[in-house]
Design a protein around this ligand. Structure first.
Ligand SMILES: Nc1ncnc2c1ncn2[C@@H]1O[C@H](COP(=O)(O)OP(=O)(O)OP(=O)(O)O)[C@@H](O)[C@H]1O
Ligand SMILES: [Mg+2]
Length: 1107
């Protein structure tokens, strides 16, 4: 709804007429009245066809809000009330949709609102074109380049508080979607004379005032600046403050903009340092000093300022000082150095300041370009926005105004070329009926200025290059000669030559009748400014600066690159760049904004009709309306026209076979467009009224929408159908799978039910059969049982009968035997003696015994005493005989065995027997000793020379010589000792040396103690009080314990006739000096394998762990 409300037509609520083409009647008065009426109602924009006239309101109007942007977005040009946004939208869309490069030409005199208009166009385009982080950054950089350039290139003039003092052409580049990619700025000749001098009521460039007002104290100190404007000669004081302008705030805006555009902090600082240096240059003053040769030489009055400049810029002070006092001229390898007088020194100073500043400005433009240039190499569409310094007339007009006005002249020319001349010529070319409309063509003025042979600029160049003394006057003279007859050139001389008298013309001046009015130019300074000379000494001094920016600004100062050729003059440079610009503009689709200044006071609400009238006249706006009215609003070649609108007619859609023109005819007839609305040219169709075009566009839009709907419809149909088909296919697949699944499931169910039923039936059947079988079996069993019982009964009965019968038979036989015996005894009693029975009995017995012995003889076992075999007993009554016989036989074979022994063997067996008696079943070690032969002298002392001494010390027979371990009773550790037993003594000797350690007479040995376990520990107890017992009892361990104990026992017995007591116990006491120590044997230490270990537990306990 909101959109509908604002959808007003150009004709709705129109104040005056929005489009001058509709003005009736058309004359200057109605034209101005219409403008005024609209201006009074805040309608500052009015159309002449597609040209926008903008009247500067000098106050902010609420017509640039984001809502307004939305209103004008994608709307037809004439759909809404006239606005700069409509033009911007038209240009942007034509660029985006029709791929036509655009340029927006903003013209008007100084203060007419060109710069504002250019910013409005840029901001509108930025608002409507693509969005996104990257795009937004590009936009922001493009927009923020404005405040930076305005600070350095704009200044307050009497005509405009923010007057552009440079020309600016900016190409904004877009990609195929219409998204901005970047931009390129070209700048045209900065009015640099302003740096050193400003006309009354004007200011220097904004940046100087902004820096001094806005910089922090810290920054000012760093730049050695003071806040007070009056300290600086280059700053005019009478208009240092501009109403409504906050320089300090603007300084912050500029710094911020520099940051956004991409200036590094150090770059921004460098720029400000250059600005400060320029400002301070103005404060250098010179005084004359007479030299010997009578010439005046300039000297710097106060070197403080110079020193600060040099510190700021890193230039050697002496170099700069010299450059202000001398000038070196180089000509053909000759170097001539001349001193400068005070005037020349000031000239040099100002030239340096101007050059420094203007070069800084160009550097800024290049630096901005570097930041905003498009990053891609794809083809770009371009929208150029031209905002040049406006036409201006001052009290004193100099070279700069001449250049500025020349530029405006050229712009007017391009306007005329494209709107008036070209248009009329095209009608004729295309064979359209046309009545010529007169207009003033300013080509003649352009020619006066730029003609290569006798144009003013060519004259100026010629004069500058001419040898000999050249002054501004000589230049004027030359002009007077060459241009005297030109109708747009006037000077006092030329006038008087034409016998005209105009006292308003001073001497050193010339006047040009520009398209926008007559301008009187002061010829003074023309030559100088055109030459734009900077003494080489100064440029070299600058090049030597350690300040990198300043150094880079003066590349010609590099002595290695000295170029003796004159640089091109300012005028010719400007002419060339304007020519390039014009050529560039002609390749693009132009859009015009013609700015008009309503008053000279920079005041709102004032509409000075005379002033406006003047502008309308020189801008040729009336002629513009006339050409528009007589002509056609729109033209297009037949092919693109047919291509664009062919969808509006059945015959031409989708393809037209014939020539394009015929197609367009058919199309227009079909659409019933009134014939007066269009004409057919040779190659183009001409449409008279924009409304017809808009109608066509609307129809096209509608048709495109219909076509889009159709495409959409078909596409949707296709999409739905394919979707449906897919769904159906899927449904069939799903259904098939489902059915299969359901049937499978059902089948499984039926199958399992059938199985259940089947199993029940089978079970039932089986149970039935089982029952029957069981019954049958029981019957069978019953029958068997009955039969068995029956057979049993019968068998028992039979048995009983048989037993009875057998008993009877037996009884019969016994009775018969008794009876027979009785009968035989009775018969044979008389034939037997009374003792025959005894004899038979003895005989029988004898026979049996005889037989027993004879059989025994054959069954005798072996003669081995250990053979346990013995034949079994044949008769019970021979039992005792049999045992006795066994005993006798055994004794006999033992005797037989013993009889084989020698005496020595007998002794050994005696010993073994003794050992058996002593230890068998008492000591667990014993069984292992049975198999070992008792050797006694294990150590062969006789043979070993080591023991010779020992052998000599012993005279008796050695019974035992063996190494034993003597247990140290103090700690349980053992030491090896030779154990010797002789007939009367027991000796212990050192194993290594053979030295006797102890000698104990056997009479002093009282007892031997040992454990019952499987170990070789034994103690030898000594008689108390004996000499040997002084050290206490001995505790040994030996592998041959059984043998040693036995031999000790036997020797003692044979020598002392006393039985040595042998105590077998797991706990016994051993005398140790005064104390008794208990030796305790415990079972179960596996740590040291099978070796028993001995350990002293405490004072009274020695523990032996036996495995
Ligand atoms: N559309 C506008 N709305 C409000 N004020 C405007 C508008 N256009 C211009 N102005 C006012 O007019 C002043 C001068 O405008 P601007 O600087 O654009 O002139 P110009 O044509 O660029 O002049 P010059 O040729 O000197 O640069 C602006 O500072 C502003 O105050
Ligand atoms: Mg401007």
């Amino acid at each position: 709804m909101a959109k509908m409300e604002v959808k007003t037509s150009l004709l709705d609520n129109m104040i005056g007429v929005g489009d001058m083409v509709l003005l009736e009647p058309l004359n200057e008065e109605t034209f101005i009245n219409n403008l005024k009426k609209r201006f009074d109602h805040n309608e500052i924009y009015t159309y002449i066809g597609s040209v926008v006239i903008s009247v500067n309101p000098y106050r902010s109007l609420p017509i640039y809000s984001p809502e307004k942007v939305e209103d004008y977005r994608n709307r037809n040009f004439y759909e809404l009330s006239p606005h700069i946004f409509a033009l911007s939208d038209e240009a942007y869309r034509s660029l985006r949709d029709q791929d036509k490069d655009q340029c927006i030409l903003i013209t008007g005199e100084s203060g007419a609102g060109k710069t504002e208009a250019s910013k409005l166009v840029m901001s509108y385009v930025a608002a409507v074109c693509g969005k996104g982080a990257e795009v937004n950054q590009v936009k922001e950089q493009l927009l923020q380049s404005n405040p930076v350039l305005e600070a350095f290139g704009n200044a307050k003039t009497v005509r405009n508080d923010n007057s552009s003092r440079f020309g600016k052409y900016m190409d904004i580049e877009f990609d195929f979607k219409g998204d901005p990619l970047g931009g390129v700025i070209s700048n045209y000749l900065l009015e640099k004379s302003r740096v050193v001098k400003q006309p009354r009521g004007e200011r220097n460039f904004h940046v100087f005032y902004q820096l001094l007002s806005g910089a922090s104290e810290e920054l000012l100190n760093k730049l050695t600046l003071e806040r007070d404007f009056s300290r600086y000669n280059y700053l005019s004081l009478d208009s240092a403050k501009v109403n409504g302008v906050d320089d300090a705030a603007n300084f912050r805006t500029v710094r911020n903009a520099m940051q956004i555009v991409g200036f590094m902090d150090h770059e921004a600082e460098s720029v400000l340092e250059v600005v400060a240096a320029v400002l301070k240059l103005g404060n250098i003053e010179f005084k004359p000093e007479s030299r010997v040769n009578g010439l005046d030489e300039s000297k710097i009055k106060d070197k403080n300022e110079l020193k600060e400049i040099c510190e700021l810029t890193g230039i050697d002070q002496s170099v700069l000082e010299r450059a202000f006092s001398f000038r070196t001229v180089e000509a053909k390898q000759e170097k001539v150095s001349t001193t400068l007088n005070v005037a020349q020194a000031y000239y040099a100073r100002d030239a340096l300041a101007k050059n420094l500043y203007s070069r800084l400005f160009s550097w800024l433009v290049n630096r901005i370009n570097e930041s905003i240039k498009a990053q891609t190499k794809v083809r770009k569409k371009v929208m150029g926005v031209l905002d040049i310094y406006g036409f201006e007339i001052f009290e004193d007009n100099s070279f700069e105004q001449f250049i500025i006005n020349y530029c405006n002249e050229k712009l007017q020319q391009i306007f005329i070329e494209l709107t008036l001349k070209e248009e009329q010529e095209e009608y004729i070319r295309e064979g359209i009926e046309w009545t010529h409309i007169d207009y003033f063509n300013n080509a003649i003025i352009c020619d006066l200025i730029e003609n290569n042979t006798n144009g003013i600029l060519a004259m100026l160049d010629e004069e500058c290059l001419r040898p000999g003394t050249v002054t501004d006057e000589t230049f004027l003279e030359k002009l007077n000669q060459v241009c005297a007859t030109h109708q747009h050139f006037e000077s006092r001389m030329s006038k008087s030559s034409r016998f005209l008298n105009d006292t308003s013309l001073p001497h050193s001046c010339f006047r040009i009748q520009h398209y926008a009015g007559k301008v009187l130019y002061q010829v003074e300074g023309f030559v100088d400014k055109n030459n734009d000379l900077l003494y080489r000494d100064l440029s070299q001094a600058m090049w030597k600066a350690s300040h990198t920016l300043i150094k880079s600004l003066f590349p010609e100062g590099n002595p290695a690159k000295i170029n003796l050729k004159r640089p091109p003059t300012a005028g010719s440079q400007f002419k060339a760049s304007v020519a390039t610009l014009m050529k560039n503009l002609q390749t693009k689709n132009p859009n015009y904004i013609r700015c008009i200044k309503p008053n000279d006071k920079k005041a709102a609400h004032i509409f000075n009709e005379a002033l406006v009238c003047h502008q309308i006249r020189y801008l040729g706006l009336l002629e513009n309306v006339r050409v528009r009215r007589a002509g056609y609003a729109f033209r297009q070649a037949y092919e693109p026209c047919l291509e664009r609108y062919k969808m509006l007619c059945k015959q031409t859609w989708p393809h037209w076979k014939g020539p394009a023109r015929a197609g367009v005819e058919v199309l227009f007839n079909e659409l019933e467009i009134p014939v007066e609305e269009y004409s057919f040219g040779r190659s183009k169709i001409f449409i008279r009224n924009p409304r017809t075009l808009f109608k066509l566009e609307d129809l096209r839009k509608q048709r495109l929408e219909d076509l889009a709907t159709l495409i959409q419809k078909i596409y949707r149909g296709w999409k739905c159908r394919t979707h449906f088909l897919l769904m159906r296919k899927s449904q069939i697949v799903v259904a098939a799978w489902y059915r299969r699944y359901a049937q499978q499931k059902r089948y499984q169910q039926i199958k399992s039910s059938a199985l259940v039923i089947q199993s029940y039936i089978r079970g039932w059947k089986a149970r039935k059969i089982l029952r029957e079988l069981k019954h049958q079996k029981r019957c069978e069993e019953a029958a068997t049982t009955i039969a068995a019982y029956w057979h049993g009964t019968q068998a028992r009965r039979e048995l009983k009968r048989l037993k009875e019968e057998a008993r009877r038979k037996h009884a019969v036989a016994v009775i018969w035997a008794y009876w027979l015996g009785l009968k035989v005894r009775r018969e044979y009693r008389k034939f037997f003696r009374a003792n025959a029975g005894k004899k038979i009995y003895e005989f029988t017995l004898q026979r049996i015994v005889q037989k027993y012995f004879l059989e025994m003889k054959n069954k005798m076992p072996s003669l081995s005493p250990i053979d346990k075999n013995w034949p079994s007993r044949p008769y019970l009554f021979l039992d005792s005989t049999h045992k006795e016989l066994k005993r006798i036989f055994h004794l006999w074979r033992c005797k037989k065995y013993r009889d084989q022994f020698t005496d020595q063997q007998k002794l050994i067996y005696e010993e073994k027997l003794e050992a058996s008696e002593l230890f068998k079943d008492k000591k667990a070690l014993y069984p292992s000793s049975v198999g070992q032969p008792f050797q006694g002298a294990y150590l062969e002392i006789n043979k070993n020379p080591k023991y010779k001494k020992l052998k000599d010390a012993i005279e008796e027979k050695i019974i035992i010589a063996e190494v034993v371990n003597k247990i140290n009773r103090a700690n349980g550790k053992s030491t090896s000792r030779i154990f010797l037993l002789t007939n009367n003594n027991l000796l212990l000797a050192d194993q290594k040396s053979g030295q006797i350690k102890s000698e104990v007479p056997l009479v002093d040995v009282t007892k031997v103690s040992m454990s019952s376990q499987n170990d070789g520990f034994f103690a030898i107890h000594l008689k108390e009080g004996s000499e040997a017992a002084s050290k206490g009892d001995f505790l040994f361990s030996s592998d041959h314990l059984i043998e040693m104990a036995t031999k000790l026992y036997r020797t003692t017995l044979s020598q002392t006739k006393q039985k040595l007591s042998i105590e077998i116990s797991d706990e016994f006491l051993v005398q140790f000096r005064q104390d008794k120590v208990c030796v305790k044997f415990i079972q179960g230490n596996q740590k040291n394998g099978s070796v028993p270990t001995c350990k002293r537990k405490n004072n009274r306990l020695l523990e032996v762990a036996v495995p």
